[in-house]
Write a protein that binds this ligand. Structure first.
Ligand SMILES: [Zn+2]
Ligand SMILES: [Zn+2]
Length: 345
């Protein structure tokens, strides 16, 4: 059973998850996991995974059998567990709590395809619809304060299996980086009564030198202060504080934007490893004693996706200062990615 511990100097929570050390490490064995015959995520190998939580499957197929398009299963080696009651406790001067949460895997394709960049847009759409379903379901649970959906592609991005998949982690606390963004957004709103993200989108649309791609509902650009080379952010153009409010029609446009960005990164940067994270509102249904904590979040926060190709390594300077050295300017990166317009459908 894992435990959350609070660092007394920074107030950041850390998950101490001892059991996970037992998980098989596939690092350095990519050839092995590339093979379809061994892969637990391939269609036909449903008996090699825990029972599915949900799946997009044909009406005549049964759970845990072939016939699915996207499949959600519990993580075999969860960092947090939903079975436990959430308890906070002190240990001397330290704060800790039970490792209560959820950890799921979204198998994104029945076939053995590694990179979402190689999916049909319709398949990407199915995956993003499943994200919404899982998030709506997990946010019904009062113990869960924040749900993170993320994706690791490639060994250097932390993927331990090559078959395309993403992960869903429900946390009993709001992570510090989300809190920091929410506080900045709220302070901007209090001063100006405007969403800071909407202001940034407006500015980027005017200046245009960091725009990577755009469609009716979404805009992709390299953030002004990108931490990593070729970091790309995708925002809905219309103000919206939570991903779960995105309509299925709009998710179709998001899918085509995701495919667009991933294809550019793949072609321009020679198939790099990458991470994608979905940043959206925490659970705003208050716990007792915490009433109007997020009273203006509906107006001041704006959900988005972040794409981070893993081209540089985080080293001593970054650990010592918390700030990053980015060797490629966001303007240069955006201009380079725009050159790949011809690869877009
Ligand atoms: Zn597979
Ligand atoms: Zn906004």
């Amino acid at each position: 059973m894992s435990e959350l511990r609070k660092d007394p100097f920074t107030n950041r929570w850390v998950i101490i998850s001892q059991d996970r050390s037992a998980r098989p490490s596939d690092f350095g064995h990519e050839d092995f996991v590339q093979e379809h015959s061994y892969c637990p995520f391939c269609e036909g190998h449903e008996d090699r995974t825990p029972n599915e939580i949900t799946a997009v499957r044909s009406a005549d197929s049964k759970p845990n059998t072939p016939g699915w398009k996207v499949r959600v299963i519990p993580n075999k080696f969860p960092v947090l567990e939903s079975s436990s009651e959430l308890k906070r406790y002190g240990s001397g001067m330290y704060d800790a709590m039970t490792g209560t949460g959820a950890h799921e895997v979204v198998v994104e394709h029945p076939g053995h395809i590694a990179n979402m960049a190689d999916f049909e847009v319709a398949q990407v759409h199915e995956v993003f619809k499943v994200y919404k379903t899982r998030m709506l379901d997990l946010y019904k649970d009062q113990r869960f304060r924040f749900v993170l959906i993320f994706k690791n592609y490639g060994i250097s991005a932390g993927a331990s299996l090559s078959h395309a998949h993403s992960q869903v982690i429900a946390l009993p606390v709001v992570p510090w980086n989300i809190k920091l963004e929410l506080e900045t957004a709220r302070a901007h709103y209090q001063r100006k009564e405007r969403c800071i993200y909407c202001d940034v989108i407006k500015q980027e649309s005017l200046v245009r030198d960091r725009i990577v791609s755009e469609n009716d509902d979404f805009i992709a650009f390299t953030p002004f202060a990108s931490r990593f080379p070729f970091e790309v952010a995708v925002f809905p153009k219309k103000h919206s504080y939570r991903y779960t409010d995105c309509s299925d029609e709009s998710l179709a446009l998001l899918a085509s934007m995701v495919k667009d960005v991933l294809t550019r990164l793949k072609v321009a940067l020679n198939n790099p490893a990458y991470n994608i994270v979905l940043q959206t509102s925490p659970n705003i249904v208050s716990r007792p004693g915490n009433t109007d904590y997020w009273s203006s979040i509906e107006y001041d926060y704006h959900w988005h996706l972040l794409f981070m190709p893993r081209l540089t390594k985080v080293a001593g300077f970054e650990w010592g200062t918390g700030f990053y050295i980015n060797p490629t300017s966001p303007e240069e990166a955006a201009s380079f990615l725009r050159e790949y317009d011809k690869y877009m459908a």
